[in-house]
Design a protein around this ligand. Structure first.
Ligand SMILES: NC(=O)c1ccc[n+]([C@@H]2O[C@H](COP(=O)([O-])OP(=O)(O)OC[C@H]3O[C@@H](n4cnc5c(N)ncnc54)[C@H](OP(=O)(O)O)[C@@H]3O)[C@@H](O)[C@H]2O)c1
Length: 329
């Protein structure tokens, strides 16, 4: 099994290296790939140094799987070229997510739809992954009608430059800006670029990707995405209306039985999810579960997850593990 990480020097790429190592992913050779700027630099994997190579050199080596996290343009240009030499690409960017011929996969929900003909597989956006992880088991039981979600997103979701901006601001140093405003001591209601409808791309990803992953176009979703000065993970306040009524203890039971979800919901001991404690973990944490008294069949939840782990690297590696386990590569 020959695996390439394209974007290995970035925030997500770095976590992919950690996740592959921790999960003892079955590997014969690991190719670390980045832009020309980084070619020749060395990164550590399992105590050994591996030299960073260019994308064309990686394609020549015909890896079985390429885990991509190098931005949308790089994916659009290079993922098909890897696919042409027989590599299965799992892509973290938004390039292929809404392409009708590509699957958008959260393994716990829809990996069973994958076949050996899927040569480019899309990994959903980080804020979508954690939301659908919490909502999929509830959708199955009560059928979702409408979701109203507000996000409180970590700067690590923007990449290395944004984390540096926050650190510089905390230290009182001048530096390059990843955002149009300071992020330290601030909240910026602007994640990714604005679209013509007044929503940001990040907000529309929550709408469109949720419908695609849950395979249900009738689910209404509206979102407000906000960047806040945290680094450990994204948080989401989710208000969800179902077709059927629910019982709160049954909701808690369903979530506690869901693989990849950890229930943290005990007000007596102030137990609820927070990004500082989700950081470095693979699970999606759910708490503050309560009935919305303002309309029938409606629930409020607070959902937190490390955007670089389940929101990106871990989900990608889980897809790769599924492909191997099921003989699809
Ligand atoms: N951060 C998150 O929470 C998150 C979650 C889900 C998905 N994603 C997606 O994952 C991707 C990477 O995000 P990130 O946060 O890791 O960004 P990042 O820290 O800025 O890293 C970008 C990586 O891409 C490489 N790269 C850039 N241009 C390239 C090119 N032309 N050819 C080859 N490699 C190139 C960079 O290499 P150099 O170091 O050589 O520049 C670096 O390794 C993005 O598409 C992002 O939308 C991020």
């Amino acid at each position: 099994m020959k695996v390439a990480i394209v974007g290995a020097t970035g925030m997500v790429g770095n976590v992919m290296l950690q996740v592959l190592e921790e999960r003892n992913f079955p590997l014969d050779e690991l190719l670390l790939v980045a832009s020309e700027r980084s070619v020749g630099n060395k990164l550590k994997f399992k105590g050994k140094e591996i030299e960073v190579i260019s994308i064309p050199s990686a394609i020549e080596k015909r890896p079985d799987i390429a885990l991509f996290s190098a931005g949308g343009n790089t994916s659009l240009e290079w993922a098909p070229k890897f696919a042409e030499v027989g590599t299965t690409v799992i892509d973290n960017s938004s390039a292929w997510r809404m392409d009708l011929s590509k699957k958008l996969v959260v393994p716990e929900i829809n990996a069973h739809t994958l076949t050996h003909t899927d040569k480019i597989i899309a990994n959903p956006n980080c804020s979508t992954i954690q939301m659908v992880m919490a909502l999929a088991p509830l959708h199955k039981k009560y059928k979702i009608k409408r979701i109203v979600v507000s996000t409180y997103q970590s700067v690590s979701g923007t990449g290395v430059k944004a984390v540096e901006q926050m650190e510089n601001e905390i230290a009182g140093k001048k530096g390059e800006m990843a955002y149009p405003y300071p992020i330290h001591k601030n909240a910026i209601p602007h994640c990714d670029v604005f679209e013509d409808n007044g929503y940001t791309k990040e907000e529309m990803k929550l709408v469109n990707e949720t419908q695609k992953i849950l395979n249900d176009k009738t689910i209404a979703v509206t979102a407000t995405a906000v960047r806040i000065p945290t680094a450990g993970g994204h948080s989401e306040a989710i208000n969800v209306e179902f077709e059927e009524d629910f019982d709160l203890s049954e909701v808690r039971q369903l979530l506690s039985e869901t693989d990849g979800v950890t229930l943290q919901d005990n007000l007596d001991v102030n137990l609820y999810p927070m990004p500082m404690y989700a950081h470095g973990k693979d699970d999606v944490f759910v708490g503050r579960i309560r009935r919305d008294g303002s309309q029938p069949n409606t629930l409020n939840l607070w959902v937190v997850s490390d955007n670089l782990r389940k929101g990106a690297a871990t989900n990608t590696v889980q897809i790769a593990e599924y492909l191997i386990k099921n003989g699809l590569v």
